[in-house]
Design a protein around this ligand. Sequence first.
Ligand SMILES: CC(C)(COP(=O)(O)OP(=O)(O)OC[C@H]1O[C@@H](n2cnc3c(N)ncnc32)[C@H](O)[C@@H]1OP(=O)(O)O)[C@@H](O)C(=O)NCCC(=O)NCCS
Length: 156
Amino acid sequence: MDVRLRRVEPGDLYYIVELEEKAFGPDAFSLDYLFYLYNRCRDYFFVADYKGLVVGYIVSCREGSQLHVHSVAVVEELRGRGIGRKLLEETIRIARENGLKAVYLEVKTTNTPALRLYEKLGFKRIGVKEKYYNDGSDAYLYALSLEENTPGNLQS
Ligand SMILES: CC(C)(COP(=O)(O)OP(=O)(O)OC[C@H]1O[C@@H](n2cnc3c(N)ncnc32)[C@H](O)[C@@H]1OP(=O)(O)O)[C@@H](O)C(=O)NCCC(=O)NCCS
């Protein structure tokens, strides 16, 4: 599949907000918040572009020596074709290139596709955040160490 990753542009945010709503319902980011992320974190904000359409995105923000993945999603019709993996791998590659020490994220404890994806890429479960989501459900905290021989280590 000819999917190209590129840095986000302001016009993409209108498509991304729709994708957010479809993927996350009441937990979706608002357009205002996406603009905030664009202004603050655009170095780690990428879209997957397929024939000129935004079919996925990932946004992460740097926090000291760590990278926090805020959101990742792929349009439902094109899931299971490696796009989510590609978005995460690019994010990890750039975090490594920039000398960051770890990547971390929260994920719903019931979100099997996402859990599998993160575990496949080497993320380790390091904690639980109770009632993290609007529906009262819990999140697992996952981390990927970018330092040698310290899997999941979040210390800086
Ligand atoms: C999670 C998500 C981004 C994955 O994107 P994707 O493009 O479908 O994933 P990929 O095709 O790159 O899959 C990579 C790996 O993830 C796992 N995976 C993906 N979909 C899966 C599914 N439905 N069931 C089980 N494992 C799955 C597999 O391990 C897969 O590797 P494999 O194909 O070698 O078996 C996508 O399902 C999505 O947008 N979900 C809704 C939004 C969401 O939940 N985001 C994560 C919030 S924490």
